[in-house]
Design a protein around this ligand. Structure first.
Ligand code: BYC
Length: 328
């Protein structure tokens, strides 16, 4: 059923049929909700889908450190500074678990980093928007990490074991991130008129990009059907988006703020909020790398990689010396 594409020297891809008994055994394990582990046989397309999704997820965590990292020195108090510092460090940890999970599928760290830096690999659209005020940092914790949790809780039951296990820890940490963001906005929304206006302005700018994080609508999501079948994705993009909106609208109201969507309305019959049309042209433009801060983000990532070269070289030299000593 599945085929592996191999590149021949004349560059024409050749489809190699995968053994049916292996496919059947794999599908039976997935259907029984058993985890697929690194040494288990898996269809090549499953492996490639996971490498794509997990590495993009890792890139999002690492690029996601930038908009918040910009605010560590400007946080309004020592307490907020320590919280933000811890949060940004957590995101680095998430990136590392995820790169390691992708490595168990045969992807190398260099390949993945190179794909990010060359613009070949995607990362979440949300990190291509600027953080203009302190309220934006609250909004990122609450809305962006909140959307991430909604997406990642089902991924704790994704069919690939190392990815599922990484998600357990990531979700615990994201839950702290979400709360600290909301807490910062509760304080501001009980503050001066100027602070309240900053909170509303942050919600106005982050609401739509946050609900776009779940990806294109289901009828325009080329990867969803297969990923759901393989139990990589456990819920569709639109299902998760709806859950997030339903959970978050009351939180906006609790802050005394408005959702910037004139079409938002509780639908008694569906038991869900109806919401207005998303600007999918904007989404695809940001996916193509045309977001407001896309260039700045990639420049910052490449610079961090180049500036860190001496650390990688020192670690390699240390390891070579250790091996030499062990062999002596
Ligand atoms: N941004 O067929 P679809 C965080 C792409 S980090 C960019 O639905 P799929 C945090 C998609 O890749 C949270 N691209 O795809 C960190 C595909 O293109 P390719 C990050 C997007 O994979 C630091 C194409 O559009 N979370 O929270 O079935 C600080 C068609 O889409 C986006 C994850 O990465 C997007 N938003 O579903 C604070 C979660 N959406 O690859 C916070 C793991 C779609 O075919 N990932 N595309 O060229 C997933 O769950 C899934 O990959 C997605 C997309 C739901 C995102």
């Amino acid at each position: 059923m599945y085929t592996t594409e191999l590149q021949k020297s004349d560059s024409k891809p050749v489809a190699i049929k995968e053994p049916q008994e292996l496919i059947d055994a794999f599908e039976a394990r997935v259907a029984a909700d058993a985890f697929i582990e690194p040494k288990d046989w898996m269809p090549d397309a499953y492996r490639r889908t996971l490498i794509r999704q997990i590495s993009q997820h890792a890139h999002s965590e690492i690029v996601g450190m930038l908009p918040e990292g910009n605010w560590i020195t400007r946080a309004p108090s020592l307490k907020r500074k320590t919280i933000l510092l811890a949060k940004v460090q957590d995101e680095a940890g998430h990136g590392l678990y995820l790169y390691s999970a992708a490595e168990t599928l045969g992807a190398s760290r260099e390949e993945m980093i190179d794909a990010l830096h060359s613009g070949k690999a995607k990362y979440s659209t949300i990190f291509n928007y600027p953080t203009l005020t302190w309220a934006d940092i609250g909004a990122i914790g609450w809305l962006v990490d909140g959307a991430a949790i909604m997406n990642q809780v089902p991924l704790q039951r994704t069919s690939y074991g190392p990815y599922a296990r990484a998600m357990v820890r990531v979700c615990k940490e994201e839950s702290f991130h979400q709360r600290q963001g909301y807490d910062a906005l509760i304080v501001m929304s009980n503050g001066t008129d100027e602070q309240k206006a900053m909170v509303q302005d942050a919600i106005d700018r982050w609401w739509w990009p946050a609900i776009m994080m779940f990806g294109p609508p289901d009828d325009n999501s080329p990867n969803s059907a297969q990923s759901i079948r393989w139990r990589i994705k456990r819920e569709t993009n639109d299902e998760l988006r709806q859950k997030f909106i339903d959970a978050t609208v009351p939180q906006v109201h609790l802050l005394g703020m408005k959702v910037p969507d004139p079409d938002l309305k509780w639908n008694e019959e569906r038991g869900h909020y109806d919401y207005g049309a998303l600007d999918w042209d904007e989404f695809y433009a940001v996916v193509r790398g045309e977001g407001p801060t896309a260039k700045e983000r990639m420049e910052a990532r490449r610079k961090a990689w180049d500036d860190g070269a001496w650390v990688r070289e020192a670690a390699d030299a240390h390891e070579a010396r250790r091996r030499l000593k062990a062999a002596a």
